[in-house]
Design a protein around this ligand. Structure first.
Ligand code: IPE
Ligand code: IPE
Ligand code: MG
Length: 245
């Protein structure tokens, strides 16, 4: 680890860190545009940033991080951009050995059914292979939309009810949360959004109900360990009240 990053890890020790960080990885296209490069070059650099931040988060001992990598709305993009994004994801799955070595568990959030069969197969394999890893959990939100996730959860609960296994009066927030893609995981404490946009874009609608939001102007491919560490210092300064006083 670079000396500077080690110093940041030290500085974060002892402050109130989140259990679960959500990251809306945004600004890849603008990063490329600024350099007169194709958008795909921005996505490639964005994937590098993801690797950087995963390693840093693991060193900081934050237990959960979710990266928004492809939304249910991103299908609206040109077919070649979608294909390039899917190919990048495939490359990411090919690098799984690092996750094994680093004791990282990888989970996918979202509806895989619309993805290429080869991707679906490798996603499942990676989830299964990393299931027993006890270090950081990295969620990859892929073909993910917060509304879609809530509808899928409602549908599965309706099936339970129709089969006589769930009484409507027994449905509560906890049971509902257990039907989401993040079942068993802590709620999202903080959402980071680089690139200057200030919106949620259908990310973790349920899990971020009480999240802190930190918006930054940096474009995602430029995002460094220092940016992440500064966001954690900002998070620690926030006074979370959860509706209390
Ligand atoms: C985020 O970067 C990556 C994905 C949404 C897949 P963008 O591609 O949205 O980059 P901008 O917002 O156009 O700069
Ligand atoms: C959000 O970014 C989705 C991901 C980062 C995967 P977008 O660039 O798609 O969101 P909008 O269009 O700015 O809302
Ligand atoms: Mg964008």
């Amino acid at each position: 680890m670079a000396a500077e990053n080690k110093e940041w890890v030290e500085r974060l020790r002892g402050i109130q860190l989140p259990q679960h960080v959500g990251v809306i990885m945004d600004g890849n296209g603008r990063w490329a545009q600024k350099r007169m490069l194709p958008r795909s070059a921005g996505h490639r650099e964005g994937a590098e940033a993801l690797g950087r931040i995963v390693r840093f988060v693991r060193d900081c001992a934050i237990p959960y991080i979710t990266f928004y990598t492809f939304s249910t709305e991103n299908w609206k993009r040109p077919a070649d951009e979608v294909e390039q994004l899917m190919n990048l994801l495939h490359k990411f799955l090919g690098d799984t050995y690092k996750y094994k070595e680093e004791n990282i568990r990888v989970c996918f959030l979202g509806d895989p059914s619309r993805l290429r069969p080869d991707l679906q197969r490798d996603m499942k394999k990676l989830e299964e292979e990393s299931r027993g890893n006890t270090g950081l959990t990295v969620n990859i939100a892929l073909n993910y939309g917060g509304r879609d996730e809530i509808v899928r959860a409602a549908r599965s609960l309706c099936r339970e009810a129709a089969a006589g296994r769930l009484r409507p009066e027994d449905l509560d927030e906890e049971r509902f949360a257990g039907a989401l893609d993040t079942a068993g995981m802590p709620e999202c404490d903080v959402v980071l959004r680089p690139s200057g946009e200030q919106r949620i874009s259908n990310f973790l609608l349920w899990q971020a109900a009480y999240a802190e939001f930190i918006f930054m102007d940096t474009l995602w491919p430029d995002f460094t360990e220092k940016d992440f560490a500064e966001a954690m210092l900002e998070y620690a300064r926030r006074n979370r009240r959860f509706g209390g006083v």
